[in-house]
Ligand binder design. Structure first.
Ligand code: NAD
Ligand code: TYD
Length: 350
């Protein structure tokens, strides 16, 4: 059976990727490697934790000795690497942590893979899951393609750009089989409520203010997380060695328009008078170095591999809001930090 290590599988996107591989591919043995930082939560995978082809390993990708030993013990055939520090605001306060996990952690995984796979790169694969933020910012027009030059601005995007370069360097220098995808902003279930959409839903539910950075005119291109997971599955299986794909939903929204839409959806669902939740919108100091606009041209993925998003933004947002309304316990746990205490006790000896 093919063994795949998926890193960061207890996080937002990683949990959807792990679920997809575990449920759709009984022929694989999936090892979810995750440090369980504030963003990692095994409750995200409760529905598949007993699956026979699934295993969880708690560990830090920054710890090179641990990673080398893990590869020697588990003998994986492939890595799908999602573990990262992922929040731009946190990267502004603590850039070093982003260098450690996103750059050093990625290089540690590449080294372990290289040691294990030397001489059999044709039957192994290292897939790096990256972001469109490596391309920097757009003005009013244009879109990021796979040819757009890297021009990261935040410490987060600089660390992801750096790790992308290392992945390509291992392909070019050692002949390792690697693939990279750069995706736009994701939304959906199990999204940690520090990011815009879940934070807005959470605050609206609680009648708390919704912080809008600057004038709310920055534009993001939103993709439903399950469509991202499906794209990763497709690229993992079909991409040529060394390929890069952009993934996005052709779905650009100004932050303020998106927040207004969420307010209106939640007013209806919560039985509030139209306009009640919009009263919570509060303009706050802009994020330092705030990228104006991201937009992905996903033509290559569509023409070469046939991928298109499976649902509209309206459908995805509706599903997402419904999920947050139905999962108050999950929200309470992640906002209280309770889940970390529970799972760190359970996995203390690993
Ligand atoms: P997340 O913050 O929700 O999850 C990250 C996961 O990585 C967590 O489970 C965390 O515990 C784990 N982790 C962090 N540091 C670790 C370490 N040192 N060792 C082992 N595990 C560690 O992130 P996400 O939003 O799910 O993003 C996943 C990946 O996708 C990241 O690489 C991110 O750059 C990329 N990405 C995210 C988006 C997005 O919109 N969220 C868009 C494009 C690409
Ligand atoms: P975020 O979800 O942090 O994703 P990213 O910075 O990676 O794109 O932010 C999405 C957009 O929303 C971004 O332009 C910053 C803005 N934003 C707010 O206006 N208020 C908030 O509280 C947050 C978290 C983000």
């Amino acid at each position: 059976m093919k063994k795949i290590i998926i890193t960061g599988g207890a996080g937002f996107i990683g949990s959807h990727v792990v679920r997809r591989f575990v449920t759709q591919h009984p022929e694989y043995h999936i090892i979810n490697l995750d440090k369980l930082t504030y963003a990692g939560n095994l409750a995200n995978l409760k529905d598949i934790e007993g699956a026979p082809n699934y295993e969880f390993v708690k560990g830090d990708i920054v710890d090179a000795a641990f990673i080398d030993q893990l590869f020697a013990d588990k003998q994986p055939d492939a890595v799908i690497h999602l573990a990262a520090e992922s929040h731009v605001d946190r990267s502004i306060t603590n850039p070093t942590e982003f260098v450690m996990t996103n750059v050093i952690g990625t290089v540690n995984l590449l080294n372990a893979a290289r040691n294990l796979w030397k001489g059999r790169y044709d039957s192994t694969r290292f897939y790096h899951v990256s972001t469109d933020e490596v391309y920097g910012t757009l003005g009013e027009d244009g879109m990021f393609t796979e040819e757009t030059a890297y021009d990261p601005h935040s410490p987060y995007s600089a660390s992801k750009a750096s790790s992308d370069h290392f992945v390509r360097a291992y392909q070019d220098t050692y002949g390792m089989d690697t693939v990279i995808s750069n995706c736009s902003n994701n939304y959906g279930s199990y999204h940690f409520p520090e990011k815009l959409i879940p934070l807005a839903i959470h605050n609206i539910k609680q009648m708390k203010s919704i912080p809008v950075y600057g004038k709310g005119e920055n534009v993001r291109d939103w993709l439903w997380v399950e469509d991202h997971a499906r794209a990763i599955e497709l690229i993992f299986h079909k991409a040529k060695s060394g390929a890069t794909y952009n993934i996005g939903g052709h779905n650009e929204w100004k932050n303020i328009d998106l927040i207004q839409l969420l307010c209106s959806i939640l007013d209806k669902k919560l039985g509030r008078a139209e306009g009640t939740s919009a009263g919570l919108i509060t303009y706050v100091t802009d994020r330092a170095g705030h990228d104006l606009r991201y937009a992905i041209d996903a033509t290559k993925l569509k023409t070469e591999l046939g991928w298109v998003p499976s649902i509209t933004f309206e459908e995805g947002l509706e599903k997402t809001v419904d999920w947050y309304l139905a999962n108050q316990e999950w929200l309470d746990d992640v906002t209280s930090g309770h889940y970390q205490q529970y799972y760190s006790e359970q996995y203390a000896d690993r």
